[in-house]
Design a protein around this ligand. Sequence first.
Ligand code: SAH
Ligand code: MG
Length: 213
Amino acid sequence: MISEERINTFINSLDKGNAPYLDELERIALSDEVPIIRKDTQSLIKFLLTLTHPKKILEVGCATGFSALLMAEYSDEDTKITTIEKFEKRIPVAKDNFNKYDKTGKITLLEGDAINILAGLSESYDFIFMDAAKGQYLNFLPDCKRLLRQGGLLLSDNVLQDGDVMESRFAVTRRNRTIHERMREYLYTIKHDPELESVVINVGDGMAISVRK
Ligand code: SAH
Ligand code: MG
């Protein structure tokens, strides 16, 4: 939460919640410190899916599968989701969760580094959710743009890093400085790219929504 914690608590209190198995997966992920999407981010994703009815979704950063299952639950029956994860410890957990809860086989998990996997993809996607290593968003962007159809949405998570991104680089710890600089560059790039129209919003940990012109 970036600011105005009470406003956020109020907004979240209005939420009607998710399917019970998603609540359970969310609880487990949070207790295992898996950095899953926050409540207000979930709400935004559900809204965008309902508004745009994407048939093909690509997710960069699957973790244990929570957001992929949320998108599977709240998208059209014939929607397909491809999600990428490289962390060996999380892959079997995601697979297990998909076996249990992705009853209609909407989700395909691609294992490996997104930088290589994205390069090998060639189909076009209606909706891309970028939620992997923040320092790498800039490297993922050219392939994501290539894979995004005209009029498609690119949703980027964690772009404000709890407000750190707006601070001077000197206020950020050395460890976070590279990510800080890269995220600023990413935001500048998507805001100035002539092929994208982007809005940065203070939802969750900061999000950017870009549409491919
Ligand atoms: N979208 C998930 C959370 C993803 S957390 C949810 O909300 O449920 C980010 C994930 O991205 C981590 O599990 C991390 O291992 C993965 N990741 C980071 N860099 C990656 C890369 N280069 N390729 C593939 N996965 C990556
Ligand atoms: Mg995230």
